[in-house]
Design a protein around this ligand. Structure first.
Ligand code: NAD
Length: 495
């Protein structure tokens, strides 16, 4: 792929390139595949002002539900017709296997369709107000909302947020990750073709600590929706709090995957591979802690290790590749450091543990399994790579206790053929998402978000749509006239 300049999408057009640029690196080849703007702060400032004008004009914020439905539905159709080019870009910029990107991107139009339908069907309420009064509650858009998105599922995560925010009538500024911004930068033109008024979706690239920080500190914005790390949340939260604006925060995780003896070991091992190694372990719900009941532990681990050793690490553009690259050299180094510390902690390396390359290039790390203690560094902290902790647990209670023993609470899965046990355990696990005999399952209608240090608020579902609105209460008196300070009424009452 040639080194192409991708510029900001603002007010309905790609803008001339700014002076400062950032190289986007294909992690599988280490080649620069594109350059983007490190947008100067004066430019960001004028983009915010222009976005506010767009919102105040009502060109989108005051459109009716049927128009929003039509535009978002059309965007879904256009995206579906252009999937191959987006899949290719996504594979190049993330280094993830093309078979994963085909599966993931083929579902993204559903988010646009779901929120289109919600825009069209979501209704207000009438409260049981006392007396001859009608009290209506209507939902209004918030204003200019800022989306700060990560590199691991660039298009999926940005589209989830954009669809919900636009459905509710907001004006959106997206700042995609500087590591993988290309697919998101292409969405502006697509939405324009779908009929979205210019200036309603602005896509601005740059570094998080500069462009992202500046956007989040603006007093003109009405909400921040962040997917990223806890440190990023901590950097933006104080100002948001001062400016009285809400944050949706989708942060990190350390998902426990709980295996019980009633589940056939073969099925459990397939589940573990799926939960742990999709995206080379770079998802917020990666099954990064396998909690295995002692009754099946030895058999389970033997089979899992032999299957893990056969996973095909390779060129992400090859349909047969199962494990692609990790995002950067820094990510490879972080994986190595976790392995070293795990061994110092007394962990036992069962397979993998080393950086690797494909055709002598790229940022790859071997799929790695390490037997460790429940309170070790590896068992408690997010790696965001293919380095997985195995923990032997003595009982159902032990599995529940270990599952809840980190500061994260995003995803968790329970694998058992015992129906009662499945519900008992799921109920006691403290996490925003608990799958029973599944993992990574996601749907636009299903609220997604964590507890504890995994964040607050939800993507997806009615919850996400409503989080992009404010409630206005209109109170209609169709009965009595005002009686206070009315001499005639007061004389009658007290005379
Ligand atoms: P990151 O926090 O480094 O970056 C995320 C975004 O924040 C990027 O666009 C970045 O430029 C921006 N940013 C960084 N510093 C900023 C600042 N001071 N002000 C404003 N913006 C700033 O995260 P990442 O490395 O891109 O993604 C990995 C993290 O995201 C992991 O912790 C992962 O668990 C989490 N994640 C969570 C979910 C979820 O649904 N909960 C999904 C995917 C990823």
């Amino acid at each position: 792929m040639a080194d192409i300049r991708h510029t900001n999408w603002v007010d309905g057009a790609h803008q001339p390139p700014t002076k400062e640029l950032i190289h986007v690196i294909n992690p599988a080849t280490e080649a620069s595949i594109a350059t983007i703007d490190a947008t100067p702060l004066e430019t960001v400032s004028s983009i915010i002002e222009s976005s506010l004008k767009n919102f105040s004009s009502g060109v989108w914020s005051q459109t009716d539900a049927s128009t929003r439905f039509t535009v978002l539905s059309k965007a879904a159709t256009l995206l579906r017709s252009r999937l191959p080019e987006f899949i290719n870009l996504e594979t190049q910029q993330t280094g993830r296997p093309i078979r994963e990107m085909k599966a993931q991107l083929s579902r993204i139009p559903e988010w646009l369709e779901y929120f289109a339908s919600l825009a069209r069907t979501h209704e207000g309420r009438v409260t049981p107000f006392k007396g001859p009064v009608i009290n209506t509650l209507t939902r209004l858009p918030l204003g200019v909302v800022v989306h700060i998105t990560p590199w691991n599922h660039p298009l999926l995560i940005a589209t989830k947020k954009i669809a919900a925010a636009l459905a509710a009538g907001n004006t959106v500024i997206v700042k995609p990750s500087e590591s993988a911004p290309l697919s998101v930068l292409k969405m502006g033109k697509l939405f324009q073709e779908a009929g979205l008024p210019d200036g309603t979706l602005q896509i601005v690239s740059g570094y998080g600590r500069e462009t992202g920080k500046f956007l989040c500190e603006s007093r003109l914005i009405a909400k921040i929706d962040l997917t990223g790390g806890l440190a990023t949340y901590e950097a933006i939260a104080p100002n948001a709090s001062k400016n009285l604006i809400p944050i949706t925060a989708e942060l990190g995780g350390k998902a426990p995957v709980c295996f019980f003896p009633s589940m056939p070991v073969e099925k459990g091992v397939k589940a573990a591979l799926f939960a742990s190694f999709i995206a080379s372990g770079q998802t917020c719900v990666t099954g990064s802690r396998l909690l295995i009941h002692s009754d099946i532990y030895d058999e389970f681990v033997e089979l899992l290790v032999s299957r893990t050793k056969t996973l095909r690490v390779g060129d992400p553009t090859d349909d047969k590749t199962q494990i692609g690259a990790v995002i950067s050299r820094a990510s490879v180094d972080r994986c190595s450091a976790f392995v070293e510390r795990a061994i110092v902690d007394g962990g036992k390396l069962l397979c993998g543990g080393e950086p690797t390359t494909v055709d002598a290039k790229g940022f790859f790390f071997q799929p790695t399994l390490i037997e460790t203690k429940a309170d070790s560094d590896l068992a408690c902290n997010e790696v965001f790579g293919p380095v997985i902790a195995l923990i032997k647990c003595s009982s159902e209670e032990d599995i529940i206790q270990v599952a809840n023993a980190t500061s994260f609470a995003l995803g968790a899965s329970v694998w058992t053929d015992d129906f009662n046990q499945a519900h008992r355990v799921a109920e006691k696990i403290d996490a925003g998402l608990v799958w029973i005999n599944g993992h990574h399952l996601n749907d636009p209608s299903s609220p997604w978000g964590g507890f504890k240090e995994s964040g607050m608020g939800k993507e997806n579902g009615i919850e996400a749509f409503e989080s992009y609105t404010k409630v206005k209460s209109t109170i209609i008196n169709y009965g009595q006239e005002p009686t206070w300070f009315d001499d005639e009424v007061e004389n009658a009452r007290y005379g």
